[in-house]
Design a protein around this ligand. Structure first.
Ligand code: GLC
Length: 647
């Protein structure tokens, strides 16, 4: 059952698509206080588990920390960070046996604090500055049922084209056709499957959206076609900020039509991002969305079939106002009104990006009313991605376009997927990648993945292999890294054959992964479930955080520590332990329920098939379209039914 409560005058975020009449009175769980903003409190029983929050730090059980829902550009997200790139306000309190279970969605687009047993171990407190929001309270048979009911009211999840289940290679710095050709050739020569090459900002002219550097790409369309003949899709990046430059049509049109976010005095807000000073399109205005979305046509017309939307928290290096202050200070130093040492340049420069003051400097226009950005901050990336998706429905109505974003809010899952932003080549981020998967699914995001191998800092070969062995299962399987870090294309490492094997396993599993994805989208279900959602009566399973159930048939348990020869696993029931061995053989051993230690070498991919289940497998191929369904076979219990879904 779902009940909706209205407080004050909520902003219409369009996260929820179902029409639900408002309930009178107070929710059956917790207490609400509206004296100082809004706060919801609930006393947790010691054994209650709290799920949700989508893209958030820490565990699957969110207890024990304070999280702030506020889309933030934070590449160095150590475990003390409170906000990441997405803001997903859905949680489930899963009661210990005999206790209440319920889901809560706080539909509120500004910053919101979830203190989940941080200030006080048994106290859940959700609070925000203004008492203007919708609160949805969901009750059901189980945590899983509550998550699926929630999914049922927020609309169907985005489905990408099938090629998007292939492997993608990305790196910030590929700039010319030669760079891309080299990456492609090295994959094909080594017979490493590859479907996508990602184009980071260097393909553009001066980092201007919807431009292509014509010196490097004199005939872009011909290059896109050349790549397609090799069965490669080029996937360009699009950033939120539009460069301020006379003669640049996106800028000029935006100014002329009043489509950019403004300051209090009505002038366009200016912020520095990759292209230098930019304006931010006002994606909350339907006309501006339509306008920006139709600019993607330039690239669609050249044959492009997929995009990644970036910097859309929006990320701000510094605003024109901050720049002016900085210049004043510098001048004071030059004129010796201030000593160099009294001015802490390093602290000042660290504090510049994504400054709360800057987010307080601009406004959106919604239905003729000026809305301070901070009040709707978490909707920006959502509406940028919606702008693109709505335009695709118009420009390319007969095909699916690949689309995913960095910032997001619930509701955006209908329009695209997400990657989880700038992570690091850290083992802890491999584990974080695993733990986020079910939480993101609860919030509707199905097309998801992290930068495999880590974006920042230097990857090692073993980290790369272990991370790919998890990436084998994530819908978005992309190796991406930052300029200046150690190169991490597979061919930069010694054991090419190990990479060929692991990525090949992904292609063998595509019929399974795609089927389970489509079923999850169709049934408002999770593709990745915490063990607790499948084995709720099993206390150990309920507290296992480093294993997941994928689809209906398998359990995954990747290795995520360095120099490990394998890992401990807990089996809630008898399962078939499967390892894809290098060379193509498949190791299979039935293991009884209980605790085990399984050995997994760096070049093996482990999975577990549940009792009485089987999964489809095909032969690997070098790209998705070459997968031969004639090679289809099943592994597991051959008598079990399996619904293979293809679209
Ligand atoms: C941002 C993105 C990253 C990209 C970089 C340059 O940091 O998150 O993926 O490589 O910008 O465009």
């Amino acid at each position: 059952m779902i009940q909706k409560y209205v407080f004050g005058e909520p902003f219409e975020t369009e996260a929820v698509t179902a029409l639900i009449p408002a309930s009178e009175g107070a929710p059956a769980f917790g207490s609400i206080c509206m004296e100082n903003g809004f706060s919801f409190s609930y006393r947790l029983a010691p054994e209650d588990i709290v799920y949700g929050l989508g893209e958030a730090n820490r565990g699957i059980n969110k207890r024990g920390y304070r999280y702030i829902s506020c889309c933030s550009d934070d590449p160095i997200h150590t475990e003390d960070k409170r906000s990441l790139y997405g803001a997903h306000n859905f949680i489930i309190v899963s009661g210990a046996p005999g206790k209440a279970s319920f889901g809560l969605f706080f539909d509120y687009p500004a910053a919101m604090t979830f203190d989940i047993g941080y200030s006080c171990r048994e106290h859940l407190a959700v609070s925000c500055e203004k008492a203007d929001l919708y609160l949805y309270v969901i009750t059901g048979e189980s945590a899983c049922d509550i998550a699926c009911q929630f999914r049922g009211i927020i609309g169907k999840s985005y489905i990408p084209p099938k090629f998007a289940f292939g492997y993608g290679q990305s790196r910030w710095g590929y700039a010319s056709p030669e760079d891309f050709r080299e990456v492609l050739q090295k994959h094909r020569q080594a017979h490493i499957p590859l479907d996508m090459l990602y184009m980071d900002i260097d393909y553009m002219e001066d980092y201007k959206d919807f431009t292509v550097n014509s010196k490097n790409f004199p005939d872009f369309q011909a290059f896109v076609e050349e790549m397609k003949r090799e069965n490669i899709r080029l996937i360009p990046i699009i950033d939120a900020g539009v460069k301020i430059e006379q003669g640049y049509p996106v800028y000029e049109e935006g100014i002329e039509r009043g489509y950019f976010c403004t300051r209090e005095d009505g002038s366009e807000f200016e912020a520095c991002v990759w292209p230098g000073m930019t304006h931010f399109p006002d994606f909350l205005k339907p006309e501006a969305r339509k306008w920006f979305g139709h600019w993607y046509k330039v690239l669609l017309d050249a044959g492009i079939e997929g995009f990644w939307n970036d910097m859309n928290e929006p990320a701000i290096f510094f605003s024109a106002e901050e720049e002016a202050l900085l210049k004043e200070w510098m001048q004071d130093i030059v004129e010796e009104k201030e000593t160099f040492h009294s001015f802490n340049l390093s602290d000042r420069s660290k504090a510049l990006p994504n400054k709360p003051e800057d987010y307080g400097r601009f406004y959106h226009e919604v239905d003729g009313k000026k809305i301070p950005h901070q009040q709707v901050h978490n909707l920006y990336g959502f509406n940028m991605t919606r702008a693109a998706a709505e335009a695709f429905a118009d420009l390319a109505p007969d095909r699916r376009i690949l689309l995913f974003s960095r910032a997001s809010y619930i509701g955006m899952h209908r329009y695209g997927g997400i990657w989880t932003g700038d992570n690091m080549s850290w083992w802890s981020h491999l584990l974080l990648n695993l733990k986020m998967l079910p939480s993101l699914n609860m919030c509707g995001f199905l097309y998801i993945g992290a930068d495999l191998g880590g974006f920042g800092s230097d990857a090692t070969e073993d980290l790369m292999l272990r991370w790919l062995a998890l990436g084998v299962f994530t819908p978005l399987m992309r190796n991406h890294s930052a300029a200046g870090t150690r190169r991490q294309e597979f061919y930069q490492f010694e054991h090419t054959e190990d990479f060929r094997h692991i990525i090949g396993v992904r292609y063998r599993l595509i019929p399974y992964l795609y089927s389970e994805y489509l079923k999850a989208a169709r049934d408002d279900d999770l593709m990745f479930k915490p063990l607790a959602f499948v084995y709720p009566q099993d206390r150990i399973a309920c507290h296992t955080e480093d294993q997941l159930v994928l689809g209906n048939e398998i359990m995954i348990a990747p290795v995520y520590t360095q120099n490990a020869i394998g890992r401990p696993v807990y089996l809630p029931e008898e399962m078939l332990f499967v390892k894809f061995l290098p060379g193509g053989a498949i190791y299979q051993e039935t293991l009884p329920a209980g605790h085990h230690f399984v050995e997994v070498a760096l070049n093996e991919v482990p999975l577990f098939i549940r009792k009485g289940k089987k999964i489809p497998l095909v032969d690997a191929a070098e790209y998705v379209e070459a997968l031969d369904m004639g090679t289809l076979c099943y592994i597991g219990d051959q008598n079990a039914p399996y619904e293979l879904t293809e679209e």
